[in-house]
Design a protein around this ligand. Structure first.
Ligand code: FAD
Ligand code: SF4
Length: 673
């Protein structure tokens, strides 16, 4: 009996049968412009096809120039595009997979000066204002979608996904929020749906029945003026009638102020919204968002919420997810913990995406792990993300690796991070790497402080010993009410009601969230999440939003965050997750003061100067989140023995440290050693 029987039940579509129920959802990777040709994208998708996923969807390609999301041409609009793409479906087919091209028109989200929309209403997340499409241009845009689909077919794709969710152009036509037209494309829902159904119908007519037509429908808009539950079902029926083969789910417009994929969203937390569709259409429906483990996917299918599941970021974390799940190898799956750091945040900064826990993602042609030519004896000091990443790759390449870790468990700071609400799954990553090390034959010495004498005889020594938290030179910092973030997060100190946090980097924000929400269920329970964020499942509420937005009546602590620099609070947090943190802390009325000079800490609290005025912030507990320094005393000792160690992660550089850099440095060093 397979471990996940429903997940591996074939799915019959119109003209073909998919081998399992796993879709690799669309992700923009930053490679879509194909500046150096299609090779990197082809390698990226082929690796996932070999990994056993049933169906892949590419990142976004626009059917015309106005719909391009970014400054580059990422289109499927002419013979040149078609010919450039050919290598991608070819590589996927050679690897035994199937692939759809996603056609997406950005509408008012496009960051190009030619942006257009149903009505000239600027998006809150785009500085550019759109021009209103004329009625003839709306017709032409439908034609552009049909042309793009046909070109995709000619290029060798198995079908297309029409992107109708996340607030892009098709969504903009559907909702009164963005469509205030008075012609045949605006007004009643029947008119607003005409653009979406027109595209589906025209694509079907143009491409025939031997071509998969998947439509991504917004199952919850999560914005004011979005569609109600009833209207979404009406749309789903209309899309099916127009000729779609599959309905994929999208959740929330990009401008929604509710998290939809970040780690603050419970796993599988939106599958209920897909279930509503399943009850009214006969074509297969696909659940999406925060589905990152096979048992979760199996449960969604077993509950009847969906016929298939879409995993996007989990396919960055582990290209072999499907094959491993099929083999029942749950421990061997590298789990995506929803941080967005190396994927979405990088894309928003116009860089190529990757994955914190798998630095090879989107770099398949550059970061290659080949068998080592000469086997070396290598010592790794530190079992945090940097050391784990290095040890796994180096041992898999054939080196004899010994890893020393001074604490009783592997994971380093991930063992603190996983205590933060929403970051529990960092623990999954530690478990995965521990297993990977075991399989690769790494000798792990826990509870072992490595010293230079035992290290000096190795062929190579890698210092991944991390950081030491910094204690600022503030008079009174030794006061008994002062604690470090490690003590607070480890539960070693009890924290009073009035808390002052010194420092407002990622750890400062995390400590505040930990104190406020550590006993809650918001990040792990879909119902608690919905009531926390004001999401309702009734048939009538526009956008799926409660009329009255929730607020926190009695936060567990009264928190003040202080920082020396005058930069805005939260500016160092992730682009796609930092705003969630900021909303949470604002709701709990956390006071934030910047440009502060610390005077002293005493029984009364923290004495500061702010804009020339002296002030005392009363505190029962003061938490230090005031930076970190590299921990690498062993380096100089080893150098005294004539041995130069390699430094990675926090041991190399503590400033702006994150796990993305730590793991990447580990993997890159291991690939070449
Ligand atoms: P560490 O994780 O510090 O690991 C170093 C290891 O070396 C430790 O286990 C230590 O015990 C061991 N060691 C030290 N000296 C010796 C010795 N002599 N012998 C043997 N062992 C030794 N990063 C993100 O990217 N995203 C996040 O969301 C995030 N959230 C965080 C939340 C919190 C609360 C904290 C504390 C950190 C967070 N981080 C996050 C930071 C991330 O965890 C670090 O960037 C990462 O752990 C650094 O990895 P490292 O391997 O360099 O160091
Ligand atoms: Fe998942 Fe984070 Fe990797 Fe993105 S970077 S795929 S969110 S683990």
């Amino acid at each position: 009996m397979p471990a996940y029987p429903r997940l591996f039940t074939p799915l019959k579509l119109a003209h073909l049968t998919l081998p399992n129920r796993i879709l690799m959802g669309s992700m923009h990777t930053g490679l879509e412009a194909m500046k150096d040709g299609p090779g990197r994208l082809a390698a990226f998708f082929a690796e996932r096809a070999r990994g056993g996923v049933a169906l892949i969807v590419t990142g976004a390609f626009s059917p015309n120039v106005a719909g391009c999301l970014g400054p580059w041409r990422e289109t499927m609009m002419d013979a040149e595009d078609r010919d450039r793409h050919r290598a991608i479906p070819q590589a996927v087919h050679d690897a035994g997979g199937r692939i759809l091209l996603q056609l997406l028109h950005g509408g008012r989200y496009s960051k190009n000066p030619k942006l257009v929309a149903p009505s000239p209403i600027k998006a809150p997340i785009n500085p550019l204002s759109p021009r209103e499409l004329t009625s003839a241009e709306v017709e032409q845009t439908i034609e552009d979608f049909a042309r793009g689909a046909l070109l995709a077919k000619e290029a060798g794709y198995d079908g297309v996904e029409i992107m109708g969710s996340e607030g892009y152009l098709i969504n903009q036509f559907l909702c009164l929020r963005t469509n205030q037209r008075t012609d045949e494309w605006g007004g009643a829902l029947e008119n607003r749906m005409r653009f979406a159904t027109g595209i589906v119908r025209r694509v079907r007519e143009r491409c025939g029945s031997d071509f998969i037509l998947q439509y991504r429908i917004s199952v919850l808009d999560l914005v004011e003026g979005g569609l109600s539950g009833d209207e979404i079902l009406q749309l789903a029926r209309a899309i099916e009638s127009a000729g779609a083969d599959l309905l994929n789910s999208g959740v929330g417009w990009h401008e929604a102020r509710i998290p939809t994929i970040a780690h603050s969203v419970p796993r599988g937390g939106f599958a209920w919204a897909t279930r509503r569709l399943k009850e009214v259409v006969t074509i297969p429906v696909i659940a999406s968002n925060r589905i990152n483990a096979p048992e979760l996917a199996e449960d969604i299918l077993a509950r009847g919420d969906a016929d298939m599941v879409s995993l996007a970021r989990p396919m960055l974390a582990d290209p072999d997810f499907a094959n491993k799940a099929k083999a029942g190898d749950r421990l061997g799956i590298n789990i995506c913990f929803g941080c967005n750091q190396a994927c979405l945040d990088e894309i928003f900064d116009l860089r190529v995406a990757s994955c914190v826990v798998n630095p090879r993602a989107c770099h398949e042609t550059e970061l290659v792990y080949r068998a080592a030519q000469a086997k070396k004896r290598i010592a790794v000091v530190g079992g945090g993300p940097a050391g784990l990443s290095f040890a796994a790759v180096a041992a898999e390449r054939g080196h004899a690796v010994t890893l020393y870790e001074k604490s009783t468990e592997l994971g380093g700071q991930f063992n603190l991070a996983r205590r933060i609400p929403g970051k529990q799954e960092f623990g999954e990553s530690v478990a995965y790497f521990a297993e990977r090390l075991r399989r690769a034959g790494v000798t792990v010495a826990l509870n072992h402080v490595a010293n230079d004498a035992e290290l000096k005889d190795y062929d190579e020594v890698v210092l991944a010993s991390g950081i030491a938290p910094r204690t600022p030179a503030i008079p009174g910092v030794e006061h008994k009410k002062v604690a470090g973030y490690v003590d607070v997060l480890s539960g070693r100190v009890s924290v009073g009601e009035r808390v002052v946090i010194l420092g407002a980097g990622g750890i400062g924000f995390d400590v505040a969230l930990y104190l406020l929400e550590r006993n809650g269920k918001v990040q792990v329970d879909a119902q608690a999440f919905s009531s926390h964020w004001g999401i309702v499942s009734d048939a009538k509420s526009a956008g799926g939003l409660a009329v009255e937005q929730p607020h926190d009546a009695n936060p567990a602590h009264r928190i003040t965050m202080l920082k020396r620099s005058a930069t805005p609070f939260g500016s160092t947090l992730g682009k796609t997750t930092g705003w969630v943190h900021r909303i949470e802390l604002a709701r709990a009325r956390v006071e934030m003061l910047r440009g502060v000079e610390y005077r002293k800490i005493d029984d009364a609290g923290v004495h500061i100067a702010l804009e020339g005025k002296e002030r005392v912030i009363p505190a029962d507990t003061v938490v230090l989140c005031t930076g970190q320094d590299p921990l690498r005393t062993l380096a100089s000792h080893l150098e005294a023995h004539g041995k130069k160690p390699h430094l990675i992660g926090g041991a190399r550089e503590a400033g702006e440290l994150d796990a993305m850099r730590a793991m990447r440095e580990g993997a890159e060093l291991a690939a070449g050693i």
